[in-house]
Structures are given as structure tokens and as C-alpha cells.
Design a protein around this ligand. Sequence first.
Ligand SMILES: [Zn+2]
Length: 214
Amino acid sequence: MVGAPGAGKGTQASLLADRMGLPHVASGELFRNNIREQTALGRKASEYIERGALVPDPLTVQLIADRLAQPDAADGVILDGFPRTRPQAEALDSMLARRGGRVAGALYVDVDRDEIMRRLSGRWLCSESEDHVYHATAHPPKVAGRCDTDGAPLYQRDDDQPATVRARLDQQLPPMYEVIDYYADRGVLSAVDGDRPIAEVTDSLLRAIAQPAS
Ligand SMILES: [Zn+2]
């Protein structure tokens, strides 16, 4: 699964995994589990994370390879959150080739950048309760800037502010487009319009899987 932050990629990966009876392998969760369980790879990964460094690709690929070696992954997995760069996509292909496997399909949940901006920068939180969450377009408060439940002022987290979101997208989108080009060149990319209701996107993804691009 390939998609920008906020495109609904994780949600769709989870739904597809359920519908297809395959494990949903989310790389972020895989890291967290290995670190929590103090596996050899988890300990290595945390050495990088603790000093704010990027986990090197070979280590990440090893984590994925270990996960794919588990019995429930014998028929394949829905991979989510990896690869994020072209070198990672190449490393994944090499690893799979050694095991006699392959990327059967790359599914791109396509949402344009303006919509991604709206989704990611629209979140407002209540200053009284973290359970009261609003969204400028999807779930606006009745009175601008005030919580419906208790009237407390709403605020935006730094992470959700437009300038922060814009900077994050500037960093993350170019490598994502390289991953998309990589799979398009190999004839395995299917793009679906992600700016639709969740169930419609899922149906399109299932159709794309049933009729591979090549
Ligand atoms: Zn509130």
C-alpha cells in the first residue's frame, strides 16, 4: 500500500487485510512490537531511534523479512508503511526474490495534495478534554473556536498546523512519488481515487487486486 499521510492508507490496508484474510503488516507497528518485546532486531532499531537517527534500510528489511517468515504470512501480507523510498523498494524486491516471492501489486491510494492538507491541518482539540476532537471541514464545531460540549476554546497541536503539515508533505511526498514510479515501471502499480467514501475506495482496491496491472 502506498499513499500520503492522511490518505487513509492505513485504514484501507486494515480493511483489505480483513477482506482477504491476510495479515496487515504495518511497519511502524512492527518496529514498536519488536522494541517492546526487546527482540535482537528491536534492540538494534532502538539504538538508532533513541539518538534520533533513521533506522537503516537493511535493518528495516530484516524486520519485514522476519515477519514474512511467520506461518500466518505464508499466503502473503498487506504491507503498509514500507517501502517509503526507491532504495527501500529495491531492497524489498531483492529480499523477496531471494525467498522466491515478489510484490504482487502496489496499491496507491491517490488523494491530491490540497485535500491531504485539508485533512491533516483541519484538526482542532478542546482545551478541556482530549476526547472532544473537531475537524474544520469533516466535523466542525457549532460555534467557531468553541467546544460543542463544554464551550471551552479549541486549539491546534503544532503537528496539525498548516505550516508543519506543509513541511512534512514537502519531505515525504517526493520519495513517495519515486516509489510510485518504481512500481509503475515494473507494471504492478494500481492507483485508486482515495477522495471518496471509505467503502468505495476499498471496493476499488479489491477490484484492482483481482485484475492486476500486468
Ligand atoms: Zn470540550
